[in-house]
Ligand binder design. Structure first.
Ligand code: PLP
Length: 384
């Protein structure tokens, strides 16, 4: 079976992990943690990085850092991996789901603007002017764009919208390490960005995440809150309800080795993306995810749409090519059914019905890619 997405561990991973074991520095203190978060922040062009045990914890922490509570709304795209929405729900806030663009599958910015201009109003409070949803009277605090599949929407337009409506931006950049918009890295447009290093991401620490920000206070607070909010090096004195969210040194050691190889891995992913786009072009009724002008995606997980998605999915998995459907839209899940969903044509439903992800491991070989393409072509000759 050609796997969907597995990590490539050909560098210093073993050496650095061994170093942790040999020295006894296996837990949440240790130099690899600092080194890893610095490497990620520097790569993305952010001033600070704070390593977390996974991307979900990072996204949860981001909500807390910006003060999101049960009195707030946070705006998110209706098509994303569940963790985005879970992070919002952990705080008690209510998500506002926005349908996606039919071509690039990112949050539809026309619908976002439509919602904000028609269903919110700006009210002045003691803390400043903020947008409130006129049906719930809750403050709309932040937008959480998700750079779906490593692709990236028009971030300049989103920044302008956020400014007009007094909203913060938390970027779910968990899939987008290495993606840029107009040369600026995903994760650095908003106040906070979060990367994930889960097993299936572009590089991996097994489990892990890094919060990036240019705001020194937020970075300090993140470091404090992810380590149980302990105020003294000696005494067990804590000044807030904290979290045990820090990444451990053993995993950060893998992360340092992965970051060392990241430029090469990114190049390979982009070559893979180009290969699939060239060789699957006009095969059956395949449609590729559109890349917005100015976007330079990392090519994380190759996904396309076809009206025969379910048949193709079964065929590929039966013929040695591991493939997966896309995420079920959030509004269709039991937990989010009653949340506000802003849509005109429920594009999410059709994107979900038609999209399929194919093998995209960092270490995928040219022979494997050729087999994937051949198998897909064979399917379309059979069903013609
Ligand atoms: C992977 C992912 C996450 C969560 O990251 P973990 O490290 O797995 O917790 C969140 N959002 C999206 C869109 C993801 O793809």
């Amino acid at each position: 079976m050609i796997p969907l997405s597995i990590p490539k561990l050909n560098g210093n991973e073993w050496k650095y992990v061994q170093d942790c074991l040999n020295t006894g520095w296996i837990s949440s203190a240790g130099s690899y943690v600092n080194q890893f978060e610095e490497m990620v922040a520097k790569y993305a062009g952010a001033k600070y990085g704070v390593a977390c045990m996974n991307g979900t914890a990072g996204l949860h922490m981001a909500q807390i850092l910006l003060g999101v509570t049960e009195n707030d709304h946070v705006i998110a795209p209706n098509i994303t991996f569940i963790a985005t929405l879970n992070a919002i729900k952990y705080t008690g806030a209510q998500p506002i789901l926005i349908d996606v663009d039919p071509t690039n599958w990112q949050m539809d910015l026309d619908l976002l603007e439509h919602y904000l201009s028609n269903q919110t109003e700006i009210r002045s409070t003691e803390a400043g002017n903020f947008s409130f949803d006129t049906s719930t009277n809750k403050r709309v605090r932040a937008i959480m764009p998700v750079h779906v599949l490593g692709n990236i929407g028009d971030m300049n337009r989103m920044l302008a919208i956020a400014k007009t409506y007094h909203l913060d931006i938390i970027e779910d950049s968990t899939e987008a390490l290495g993606s840029t918009f107009n040369g600026k890295h995903a994760g650095t447009f908003g106040k906070i960005g979060v990367f994930s290093f889960n097993g299936n991401k572009i590089i991996s620490t097994g489990g892990g995440g890094v919060i990036v920000t240019d705001d020194e206070e937020l970075a300090k607070k993140a470091r404090h809150l992810t380590t149980q909010a302990k105020v003294s090096a000696m005494d067990y004195i804590h000044d807030e309800i904290g979290f045990n969210y820090r990444l451990v040194n053993v995993l950060a050691a893998i992360g340092v080795a992965q970051m060392e190889q990241f430029p090469g891995i990114l190049k390979a992913k982009k070559a893979m993306d180009a290969y699939y786009r060239e060789h699957l072009n006009e095969v059956g009724d395949i449609q590729f995810q559109a890349i917005p002008e100015g976007a330079n995606p990392n090519g994380w997980l190759f996904t396309f749409s076809t009206s025969r998605m379910r048949e193709l999915l079964a065929y590929l998995n039966d013929n040695g090519v591991q493939s997966r459907p896309f995420w079920m839209p959030m509004n269709q899940l039991e937990m989010f059914k009653n949340d506000i969903y802003i849509t005109k044509k429920d594009v999410s439903a059709s994107v979900y019905q038609n999209s399929i992800s194919i093998p995209s491991s960092a270490g995928i070989t040219p022979e494997q890619m050729e087999t994937v393409v051949k198998t897909i072509k064979k399917f379309y000759t059979l069903v013609r």
